[in-house]
Ligand binder design. Structure first.
Ligand code: ASP
Length: 448
């Protein structure tokens, strides 16, 4: 019955779509397509996983169509991100506070927390090392005349003023600490994640210390968290449509010509590095420390990876990541609700790798030789700034300035990197989210 309704929907939608295109109402035709696709997703028996993949594929094809920048599609993409973002702040506060408060002893917390931080630092270090090895082998930007091209001059001149104010590592750390110490209600309303995470950890520890008399509050937090997860379950039904719109917009707006012509080598090194990390390093970690094989891992988190790719935000992807690891990889909520919200802001394998590669690329572009010492500084600063970067689109671009400053490289090169940031951010974010999921799997096994 449901199948025939879906078929009927496709047929009617298809006819309407073609008819509208034929009479020249392009925008209306795509709106009709969106409605039809939504109807299909809500009525078909095909699994959500496949619907999401279908949405992504159709979106990529759609992005190649010349009139793909129609308003209705862009609105759908924005609405989907808004829906996910609506849940981030309450989810992080409830998840982390409850996860800590319901632990039996402070020793439990110490073990879980210690393991999580250790694995986060370890996987990020592996990512940066991969990036540095690749840059030293392939030397993107070496001997290039890109700096003399008008493309470079224009890009550097168009650098955004807020990025131009060089930020030293010291200023960056100080700024981060000030941000963390903000009024928690203000952070909640403004959706600033790092301060919420810190406040949630403190609140959780306080409740844990208070013990039995705080039980009622802990139970309320637990029920609240369950309710948020329920809402996520509703929203995720719309993911295929949201991903269609976001990927369509992405493909339509990426400057493919610049990617290939000017920045080809650099883009290639970043992507190869991220792919090595995502398809070799992290799966090996998941296999040996988490007891989860690569096939199971990727099948379990593919929805989250696609959402990460299309939203470029690990924070926005958090609800989906949580659902994926809990349902498909059997990570208990006790672990996922602590490890993932923390990871969404702290653990950024892809970002750290990118920043290290980009710094060396910029150096090569300017013909500046960076020795082992400087590379070591880049290693550390890339790690610190990736930890401090929020899980939002292009966050890595802002912290890039700090990395460049730290070894005295010209900051205006950020102007050049910005031109392709939207594209590389998709890959970075995917690796960031995968890293969080892998660590949650490992912590589950190791903390048993
Ligand atoms: N967009 C990335 C994330 O949300 C951060 C970045 O590298 O810009 O994980």
């Amino acid at each position: 019955m449901k199948h025939s309704r879906a078929l009927l929907g496709i047929t009617l939608g298809g006819v309407l779509f073609v008819a509208l295109l034929f009479v020249g109402h392009t925008a209306l035709a795509y709106t009709a397509f969106l409605v039809g696709f939504l109807f299909f997703c809500l009525t078909t028996r095909i699994s959500l996983n496949w619907q999401i993949l279908l949405g992504g594929t159709l979106g990529a094809l759609f992005g190649l169509v010349p009139e793909s920048q129609v308003a209705s599609v862009q609105i759908v993409g924005k609405l989907f991100i808004a829906m996910l973002k609506m849940l981030i702040a309450p989810m992080i506060l409830l998840a982390i506070t409850h996860a800590i408060a319901q632990m039996s002893t402070a020793r439990d917390l110490g073990r879980l927390g210690g393991l999580t931080v250790l694995l986060y630092l370890g996987t990020m270090a592996l990512a940066i090392a991969t990036g540095l090895v690749l840059v030293n082998i392939f030397e993107p930007g070496a001997g290039s005349t890109l700096r003399e091209t008008t493309f470079f001059q224009e890009a550097a001149a168009a650098e955004r003023p807020e990025l131009a104010q060089g930020l030293s590592l010291q200023d960056f750390l100080l700024q981060t600490v000030y941000q963390i110490l903000a009024n928690p209600f203000e952070s909640l309303t403004q959706g600033r994640i790092l301060p919420i995470v810190v406040f949630a950890i403190l609140l959780g520890i306080a409740l844990l210390q208070i013990g039995p008399s705080a039980r009622a509050v802990v139970d309320i937090l637990g029920s609240g968290y369950k309710a948020v997860m329920r809402i996520i379950g509703w929203f995720i039904r719309l993911a295929p449509l949201g991903i269609f719109a976001l990927i369509g917009h992405l493909v339509a707006s990426v400057p493919f010509q610049n990617l290939v012509k000017y920045l080809g080598e650099f883009v290639l090194v970043v992507i190869v590095g991220i792919l090595i990390h995502a398809f070799i390093t992290l799966p090996l970690v998941a296999r040996f420390l988490g007891g989860v094989g690569p096939a199971q891992l990727f099948r379990g988190i593919r929805e989250a990876l696609l959402v990460a790719f299309s939203t470029s935000s690990s924070a926005a992807t958090l609800p989906i990541t949580t659902r994926c690891v809990e349902e498909n990889l059997k990570v208990p909520p006790r672990v996922s609700s602590f490890v993932l919200p923390l990871g969404a802001t702290v653990n950024m394998d892809g970002t750290a790798l990118y920043e290290a590669v980009a710094a060396l690329f910029v150096a090569a572009l300017y013909g500046i030789e960076l020795g082992v010492g400087a590379q070591l500084v880049i290693f550390l600063v890339a790690m610190v700034t990736a930890i401090g970067a929020p899980g939002i689109p292009s966050a890595g671009m802002v912290t890039m300035v700090v990395v460049l400053e730290s070894v005295g490289l010209p900051v205006e090169a950020v102007g050049l990197l910005i031109t392709i940031d939207r594209f590389l951010d998709t890959f970075r974010t995917m690796a960031n989210v995968e890293g969080d999921a892998v660590v949650s799997v490992c912590v589950t096994r190791l903390a048993r």
